[in-house]
Ligand binder design. Structure first.
Ligand code: ZN
Length: 246
């Protein structure tokens, strides 16, 4: 919201100044839709890259145990996720992605297409390398996988009362993963997982339980070996949820 107000003030200032000059706005006050703009209303039965971009934004609004396919096809699962997103933000839950839905998404996204409460810098520490290099997939793939995780976390954050989720680990290269004692099959090496620390607003069990309906098929929490000081959330094809103390 602060960002949008800043943008409006910048425009007003330019207009009052009597001249519209392009290229003077800094990235911090850029239009919220600088990242991506949808040019048509989307609904069930449609397909395309614009559907895919929508699916990434609503991937955290699934039913418990569901993992939304990011396939560019606006099917029943996408429609249901859009309805939950709309309900979650107080919009009319009609399952059709039009102006209201896109405007809400524009409010929620930064210029680099990450959600407003999360940033790549929180996920690419990578043992100090500050990049997505050296994992099990190309860096661009890891970065894109991480963006999807961020949108799921944005949904989780909102559903848990808009309290901060503190990321203690995101992407890890193969060597970084080994050095911190990660599993040899860790999703962190694919950019498909994140760890949420104890300084987060919600409790460990709130985050672990909430992750079930945020599209995470891998959820590890208190009582699972090595997970008493964080909750691990990840995207994978088969489900593995464990937190004996929740
Ligand atoms: Zn983890």
């Amino acid at each position: 919201m602060r960002r949008r107000i800043g943008y409006v003030l910048a425009v007003v200032a330019l207009v009052l100044g009597g001249a519209v000059v392009t290229g003077v706005m800094t990235p911090s006050i850029a239009a919220a839709d600088e990242c991506y703009t949808w040019n048509r209303v989307l609904q069930r039965g449609m397909s395309g890259s614009d559907v895919r971009e929508l699916q990434i934004r609503v991937a955290g609004w699934v039913a418990s145990g569901e993992n939304l396919a990011i396939d560019g096809e606006y099917g029943p699962a996408t429609e249901a996720a859009v309805k939950r997103f709309q309900s979650g933000y107080g919009l009319t839950p009609d399952g059709v992605a039009g102006t209201q839905t896109f405007n809400k998404i524009y409010e929620l996204q930064d210029a680099d297409c990450t959600p407003i409460h999360f940033d790549h810098s929180e996920f690419n520490y990578n043992c100090g390398a500050r990049n997505y290099e050296g994992g099990k997939v190309p860096a661009a793939t890891a970065r894109e996988n991480m963006r999807r995780v961020m949108w799921q976390l944005e949904a989780l954050r909102h559903k848990l009362g808009d309290r901060p989720l503190v990321v203690t680990s995101g992407f890890r290269s193969v060597s970084c993963n080994a050095s911190v004692g990660g599993s040899s099959t860790s999703l962190h090496m694919y950019g498909q997982a994140a760890d949420l620390g104890l300084s987060s607003g919600p409790s460990q069990c709130q985050m672990w339980n909430g992750g079930k309906s945020a599209g995470f098929e891998e959820l590890l929490g208190p009582g699972y070996p090595g997970h008493n000081d964080h909750v691990h959330v990840g995207n994978k094809a088969s489900r593995f949820w464990s937190a004996p103390n929740c």
